[in-house]
Ligand binder design. Structure first.
Ligand SMILES: [Zn+2]
Length: 84
């Protein structure tokens, strides 16, 4: 898991907040209030989410949901937090 604040080394935020965080959006660490965000390259993880929703809109919702889950897990596991 990669939910560590780059400033205080404590858990910066909860799971949902992390996976819904995008480049350009900052969130205050729940411990030290440092502004943290995810690196710009996180956008590559968002592409399959958008593609899935676009391609499977309505007809195969379960596939879109599956891709979304995988992409969110990848963000949670691999994307480090950076201080803004
Ligand atoms: Zn912190």
């Amino acid at each position: 898991m990669s939910n560590q604040c780059p400033s205080c080394k404590q858990e910066a935020m909860g799971w949902f907040k992390k996976v819904t965080l995008g480049p350009g959006r900052t969130v205050a660490c729940q411990n030290c209030n440092a502004r943290v965000t995810v690196p710009v390259w996180t956008i590559v993880a968002v592409v399959p989410i958008v593609a899935a929703i676009f391609l499977f809109n309505g007809s195969a919702f379960i596939i879109a949901l599956l891709v979304l889950t995988i992409a969110m897990s990848a963000v949670w596991t691999f994307v480090p937090l950076v201080e803004k």
